[in-house]
Write a protein that binds this ligand. Structure first.
Ligand code: AMP
Ligand code: GLY
Length: 424
């Protein structure tokens, strides 16, 4: 098979690493990829939202399967675009159509969906500019902290946790009346603040059946001890020690099954990954959010623990034969430490030369924001490299990944030295 992966981050590098190991994969393409993905396949200089360019490439190169990494092309309808063209519609896309991608693309849609199908989540109300006054009054009677969420995609910045009424009212006004997040904040979900500890659960579905992939925990804040600004993710661990069988059974029964059945009842034929962001509140799962894709940097910890031929699984999704497959999961523990640019998630400088990769012997290094310049690896983003290791126990995994992150060098290389240590 010829396979095309869309995306350029650590998640897509991990997909490429895994897919390249399959005897079913003949040619692998990554669009646009990064300095690392070229080791697993051929990078193609195309934007993930350039549907016409992608279609042309796919036809020319006889691509038989497309795996979509990030949410943007899914929310913008790449799957629908392929289905709408006679010569493209038989090429399977792993990733939902626009209707399914709303689980991530519209917080209001996902809240209505969860309420309709009895899926545990924080109580909420949605407001628009027309109902701004009601929203301001609603906040007056709401306990603090309170969570405000822009309905649409806002580059990971659309969720605000407000601790005072004054702040919450001002932010609601900015979002609805001053388009703080553009179109994304035309609707705002006001939500109850949940306490507990977060984890991510991943489901692969062919629209009929599903497999639950290993769970993971990611570390979002830039600073050690979970302090400072939110980032795309500074590291991850899989499995999650506090997500025991009893808890995961609850997640399957209360969240996964009603989600799959709900999608079917809505007439949404969903093929792809569902990433469920959960809060574990004293052993009770509550859904914080859905995403229509895999997580990053969770994929870097989850995928290396899956022992199946990954292409077989993707093909089973395309052929709606997932029920014939079971997962083989390694009992090892995976830890990922992300190396980022100095200044990230604020302003940072790109183009720094990367060295020391050859010193990493016990971990995998998945490239994220990197680029090749005259054969030299240069930094090209906020999150630069993901260092992942698999070990027999959590402590060894954390130590190894952290030590190996320190073996890579570029000017301003920054990483958290405490990823996962809170779980010991
Ligand atoms: P997102 O940008 O959608 O990934 O959300 C950012 C983060 O906000 C989540 O990972 C949670 O840590 C936090 N969050 C979102 N909703 C809630 C909630 N209802 N209660 C507490 N924290 C929340
Ligand atoms: N690590 C969180 C995300 O991928 O959204």
């Amino acid at each position: 098979m010829n396979i095309l992966i869309l995306g350029s981050g650590g998640r897509e590098s991990t997909f490429a690493w895994k897919i390249s190991q399959s005897p079913l994969c003949k040619n692998l393409f990554i669009a646009p990829g990064n300095a690392g993905t070229g080791a697993y396949g051929k990078n193609v200089s195309l934007k993930v939202t350039d549907f016409e360019g992608i279609a042309e490439f796919v036809l020319k190169n006889d691509v038989n399967l497309i795996l979509v990494g990030p949410e943007e092309p899914l929310v913008k309808g790449i799957h629908d675009y392929f289905l709408a063209h006679e010569e493209l519609k038989s090429i399977p896309i792993i990733g939902p159509k626009k209707d399914g991608a709303q689980l991530e693309g519209s917080k209001d849609f996902s809240k209505v969906f969860m309420e309709k199908y009895g899926i545990p989540t924080a109580a909420s109300h949605t407001f628009t500019l027309e109902t701004l006054r009601e929203g301001l009054t609603y906040l007056k009677h709401h306990p603090m902290p309170v969570v405000l969420k822009a309905d649409g995609l806002a580059a990971g910045k659309g969720v605000l946790i407000c601790t005072t009424l004054v702040e919450a009212q001002e932010e609601l006004r900015l979002m609805l009346a001053e388009s703080k997040f553009g179109e994304a904040s035309e609707k705002v979900v006001i939500e109850e603040f949940l306490t507990g500890i977060e984890l991510s659960v991943f489901v692969l579905t062919d629209g009929k059946d599903y497999l639950i992939l290993p769970s993971a925990k990611d570390y979002k804040r830039i600073g050690e001890g979970d302090t400072g600004l939110n980032t795309g993710g500074m590291g991850s661990v899989s499995p999650v020690p506090f997500a025991d069988d009893t808890f995961l059974k609850k997640v399957e029964e209360q969240v996964v099954i009603p989600t799959i059945k709900g999608l079917q009842k809505e007439g949404i034929h969903y093929k792809g990954f569902i990433f469920i962001g959960l809060m574990n509140t004293n052993g009770t799962p509550n859904v914080i959010e859905y995403n229509c894709r895999m997580g990053d940097p969770e994929t870097e910890s989850v995928l290396p623990r899956i022992e199946n031929d990954f292409v077989e699984l993707l093909k089973a999704v395309a052929d709606e034969k997932l029920k014939d497959h079971t997962l083989k999961i390694s009992s090892k523990v995976a830890a990922t430490v992300m190396l980022v640019s100095a200044g990230y998630p604020g302003n940072y400088i790109k183009g720094k030369g990367v060295s020391g990769l050859e010193n990493v012997k016990e971990s995998l290094v998945f490239h994220a924001g990197t680029d090749l310049e005259n054969g030299m690896i240069k930094t090209n983003g906020g999150r630069v490299l993901a260092v992942t290791t698999l070990q027999d126990d959590l402590f060894s995994a954390l130590q190894q990944a952290t030590a190996d992150a320190g073996r890579v060098y570029y000017d301003g290389a920054t990483f958290r030295k405490d990823i996962g240590f809170d779980l010991l």
